[in-house]
Design a protein around this ligand. Structure first.
Ligand SMILES: [Zn+2]
Length: 374
């Protein structure tokens, strides 16, 4: 049912469309993160207005509150969020790692962040939850590893990730919902190769590269991505999880990644930073000159069309939530513009030109990536 149709190639980069249950979406694409059913501070209809076709929600948070039964009774995730488009749910693996859960062969046991009760999540239960929530794309439950980590630890987690992937595959029965496997292995290239081989042998609808952009250098991230992509089938979608940094997004697209997600564009917005073609801008520190101008001339978003730098600067001092809401919308417009420019560059075979522009502004880590909920 899930089918990737590649229409253009430029080096390793590819552009195309991904056919999902509800619609076909353009690749490569970036997914805003609606952790608890909404992208914080951003009305959902504005996400679709910006051009986004796929929204990511966090299974971990939704299964605890309001609970998968409630979402299922409401008609599934799209009815629950009101997003007019396609959807993806993560498995919960990344949040579980953040909670320092106890991991056994059976599954992960951790504390419910809302009431402190104990919760066990098995690969099978992660499939039941995601099928009931009803996103267009579900993710197998994996074991993330904090970096840096010993090779023994990485190897043990890799074995478990492969076992859980197989169990997820068996437990997933809804053929209309795409299921992606997740490749782990940290920045150890040999382990990445092993994981790629083990996970692709299970024949998922798509493949995700997990556990990256968690503090390692950009070069290490991209080296791991290159190693995984080399072992992936060309006819399946490739998803680099938790990455939204403009430099990594552009370079990973050039390596052949089709999908991205990250909370950072909206998280840094709530802390007063705008993403612009000139680099990150702290709104609080805007100079007096040019306060009557838009945040970024040439940005077509409704903030840049209607709101002055002066108002954003003022709000950043007296009403940080309103400033954060406006900056969140602009930053999502920036991300969409960047991925759209890359899509166009693949058609025109000008990806190198986009990379040169991105390198000149974003070669230093600008935004914290590898965070999948907020
Ligand atoms: Zn804007």
């Amino acid at each position: 049912m899930t089918r990737l149709c590649v229409t253009d190639n430029a080096g390793s980069a590819r552009r195309g469309s991904l056919k999902l249950r509800s619609a076909s979406v353009d690749t490569p694409f970036f997914m805003p993160v609606a952790t608890r059913g909404i992208v914080r501070y951003v009305p959902t209809e504005l996400i679709a207005d910006l051009g986004y076709q796929v929204l990511l929600s966090n299974t971990y948070h939704l299964m605890l509150r309001p609970g998968v039964e409630v979402i299922q009774q409401m008609g599934g995730l799209n009815a629950f969020t009101g997003f007019q488009g396609s959807s993806l749910t993560d498995s919960g693996g990344f949040q579980i790692m953040s909670l320092e859960a106890s991991i056994t062969t059976e599954g992960a046991r951790f504390r419910n962040v809302y009431d402190g009760s104990w919760v066990t999540l098995t690969p099978e239960q992660a499939m039941v939850n995601q099928q009931r929530i009803g996103a267009d794309i579900a993710m197998a439950l994996d074991v993330c590893t904090q970096l840096p980590s010993s090779r023994d630890q990485l190897e043990a987690n890799l074995r478990l990730t492969s076992e859980w992937a197989e169990r997820s595959r068996l437990a997933h029965t809804d053929s209309t919902q795409a299921l992606f496997g997740i490749i782990q292995g940290g920045i150890d290239l040999e382990l990445r190769r092993q994981s790629t081989e083990a996970i692709t042998a299970l024949d998922f609808d798509g493949y995700a590269v997990g556990g990256l952009a968690v503090g390692e250098s950009h070069e290490s991230t991209l080296e791991a991505v290159r190693t995984v992509v080399d072992g992936l089938p060309a006819d399946k979608p490739r998803y680099l999880m938790g990455v939204g940094d403009p430099y990594l997004l552009a370079h990973a697209t050039a390596l052949g990644i089709d999908m991205f997600d990250c909370v950072s564009p909206t998280r840094i917005a709530r802390h007063g930073t705008a993403l612009t073609d000139q680099g990150p801008v702290r709104v609080k520190g805007l100079p007096n000159r040019g306060l009557d101008e838009p945040l970024e001339s040439g940005c077509g978003c409704r903030v840049c069309q209607r709101v002055s730098r002066g108002l954003l600067h003022h709000l950043s001092h007296v009403d940080t939530e309103s400033a954060g809401a406006l900056l969140s919308l602009h930053n999502l417009a920036f991300q969409f513009r960047l991925i759209s420019r890359l899509r166009q560059a693949i058609v025109e075979n000008t990806v190198e030109e986009v990379l040169a522009d991105v390198d000149s502004v974003w070669s230093r880590p600008a935004i914290r990536t590898g965070v999948s909920s907020d």
